[in-house]
Design a binder for this molecule. Structure first.
Ligand SMILES: Nc1ncnc2c1ncn2[C@@H]1O[C@H](COP(=O)(O)OP(=O)(O)OP(=O)(O)O)[C@@H](O)[C@H]1O
Ligand SMILES: [Mg+2]
Length: 238
């Protein structure tokens, strides 16, 4: 459903993604794992059109999105939850969520709002609260709610667990699963290998802007290289 084909991205004259190809199928949760600075956020930004690729293609349901801006991509069925949530802290939770539907007619937005609250009922008591006053986990839920307002077929999530307590990590991963069960494919990135691949059907390992490994979540967790470098098992376990 979403396909990245041979994506190259530069910041100025520095190339940060090299020939990156990935796919997300209908109903899949797919993760991009990689160390700091490996290019995970740039992959999502290139998919969403927030960062222009120098070459390569982004194809969503057979449509080449080349030349389609980030503001039109929600209408194509894709939406992004940015790293560190990027909420408007002084606005209410309700206002922040409604901003996610800026491309949709008001009638659709109202229906989407009700649906989103069915998926994230914990937000109901906080709708009039100031977004900046909520806990990190609650703010992440607001950011997810905002992303869902565009009624995406594919939801991109940049480090959805960043800075969350272990209990909130569980809550947010549960939310991701339930969103996925409602038919939304998810592409997310995460630095922790275990968290990445335990939650995803398939995953990619990105190193220095290149995909170096891919497979099912289980295969990735079981891969000797992933185990040795990212899970810290191997030498000690011998
Ligand atoms: N706006 C920018 N201008 C110049 N270089 C950038 C910019 N954004 C990212 N980079 C560089 O591109 C590379 C990839 O960055 P990116 O943010 O995609 O990595 P990441 O895997 O998401 O990292 P992190 O784990 O820190 O979130 C890094 O070397 C980074 O320094
Ligand atoms: Mg990042």
């Amino acid at each position: 459903m979403l396909e990245l084909k041979g994506i190259n991205v530069h910041y100025g004259s520095t190339q940060v993604l090299w020939d990156v190809s990935m796919s997300v199928g209908r109903g899949e949760i797919v993760s991009v794992m990689g160390p700091n600075g490996s290019g995970k956020s740039t992959v999502l930004k290139a998919a969403m059109g927030l960062k222009k690729a120098s070459s390569g293609a982004v194809i969503l349901n057979g449509t080449d999105l080349q030349g389609k801006s980030a503001t039109t991509r929600p209408r194509q069925g894709m939406s992004i939850v940015l790293e560190r949530r990027r909420l408007f802290p002084r606005m209410s939770v309700r206002e922040n969520i409604l901003l996610g539907a800026f491309t949709r007619p008001q009638k659709d937005a109202r229906r989407a709002f009700d649906e989103v609250l069915d998926t994230l009922p914990d937000l109901k008591p906080h709708l009039n609260a100031t977004a900046g006053k909520l806990s990190g986990g609650q703010q992440q839920m607001v950011a997810i709610a905002r992303g869902l307002m565009a009624d995406p077929r594919v939801l991109l999530m940049d480090e959805p667990f960043l800075g969350l307590s272990p209990i909130m990590v569980k809550t947010v991963s549960g939310i991701m699963k339930s969103i996925n069960e409602r038919g939304v494919a998810i592409l997310f990135n995460e630095q922790n290998a275990k968290l990445s691949f335990a939650l995803s059907h398939r995953g990619y390992l990105l190193e220095s802007g290149r995909v170096v490994l891919s497979g099912s979540g289980e295969e990735m967790l079981d891969h000797p290289e992933v185990k040795r470098v990212y899970l810290g098992v191997g030498a000690a376990a011998k």
